[in-house]
Design a protein around this ligand. Structure first.
Ligand code: PMP
Length: 283
């Protein structure tokens, strides 16, 4: 495995960064998770754009232009020779001292890892997943905006801990108004009477690349899409619910807080999206 760190390549055992990097000390940095299908990086431009926007929002300067980072990502993918893989692209604030001040840090660090990922066992995609709503609220947009894909994932990890301890693998997170935002690591969709619904970005969610792909696919199929103020009630009475994310792809949901969704099996709209998504990523 060849890991890229700020312009150089290292074997996995030698890929190391400073303990004084603020990415480690404070979770100060941003990242992306990107899929490679059949040697092609899926939606790379969209991921890079979101990365630079996340960095901008935290006043972090990525030390190379977007075109050069794109080249370096493609080079790292090429060197690792894994036709189907997952890229973790990380920008750390860089090496500083033990104080919080980010402006004491040297140039931002860039890390690119290409590896395999399997978030859920294959049967989940056929049988569906159970979710619970957790008590940990999604970060307030006025505190740490969920649109920033930051290296500080503690908010999401706290939700994940609650889900796992409740015996399920993913959590539904509400915002401070008690409205549905998203899952710990995925966006959330519901269908009812043929209409596709997802919480609007203003509910405090990451604007997922996969979320946008699904919205686009729906529009092309002539399915009405509504980005709404979503309550748990909307989920309980939905015909179908599913999750989206680069690593997770599209995952059917069949139970939420003990309520069976639809007829308790992955629904037709969800199954069609899964099929079409696989078609699209390999096209
Ligand atoms: N929400 C959160 C909190 C995430 O971490 C992710 C990515 N894992 C998503 C949504 C999905 O985003 P994308 O489709 O861009 O991977």
């Amino acid at each position: 495995m060849q890991i890229y760190i700020s312009g150089e390549f290292f074997e996995k055992e030698d890929a190391k960064i400073s303990v004084f990097d603020h990415g480690l000390l404070y979770g100060d940095g941003v990242f992306e998770g990107i899929r490679v299908y059949s040697n092609r990086v899926f939606k790379l431009d969209e991921h890079l754009e979101r990365l630079y926007e996340s960095a901008k929002a935290i006043d972090l300067t990525i030390p190379i232009p977007i075109e050069k980072l794109k080249e370096d990502v493609l080079d790292t993918v090429h060197r690792n020779e894994m036709a189907d893989s997952y890229i973790r692209l990380i920008i750390t604030r860089g090496v500083g001292d033990l104080g919080l001040n980010p402006y004491t840090c040297e140039a931002a660090g860039i890390i690119i890892i290409v590896d395999k990922i399997a978030l859920y066992p294959p049967e989940v995609y056929e049988k569906g997943l159970a979710l619970v709503t957790v008590a940990t609220q999604r970060n307030l947009p006025e505190a740490v905006n969920p649109r920033i894909k930051s290296l500080n994932y503690l908010n999401n990890i706290l939700a994940k801990i609650e889900a796992i301890n409740a015996g399920v693998e993913e959590a539904i997170m509400l915002n401070s108004f008690g409205l549905v935002s998203e899952c710990a690591g995925d966006n959330l969709f519901a269908t009812r009477k043929g209409i596709l619904m997802t919480p609007s970005i203003s509910m405090g969610v990451l604007e997922g690349i996969t979320r946008n792909v699904v919205i686009e696919m729906a529009r092309e199929k002539g399915i009405e899409v509504k980005q709404i103020v979503m309550t748990r009630h909307d989920l309980f009475i939905a015909d179908e619910v599913f999750l989206t994310g680069s690593a997770a792809e599209i995952v059917p949901v069949i139970k939420i807080d003990g309520r069976v969704i639809g007829d308790g099996k992955p629904g037709k709209i969800t199954r069609d999206f899964i099929k079409e998504y696989h078609h699209l990523v390999n096209a």
